[in-house]
Design a protein around this ligand. Sequence first.
Ligand SMILES: [Zn+2]
Length: 99
Amino acid sequence: MGGVVVPPVEYDREFPGRIIREDLPYWDIAKASGVTGRKGRIEAYSRVFQDSLNPAAQACKIVVPVVGTGGTKAEQIADLLRHEIGHCNGWPADHKGGR
Ligand SMILES: [Zn+2]
């Protein structure tokens, strides 16, 4: 796993809704994401949806790899979460403006 792209400042903030985190073995993440035909590894993914517990708000599900699977190290999880929270906040998948 290389360096994780940091979201641009406008998306690099706390997500205003509930975050549902799921840890999956690395090898299950690409399939679970439903993303096909993309180059490179899919380390993690996220999805925003209407929060069933609070219909006025959105929730964001973030899936990160289980530490120790696919070479994932514990210290990478925070960077992955920061990246995915950027997506929860509307950062487009093309990573425009990433740092
Ligand atoms: Zn991304």
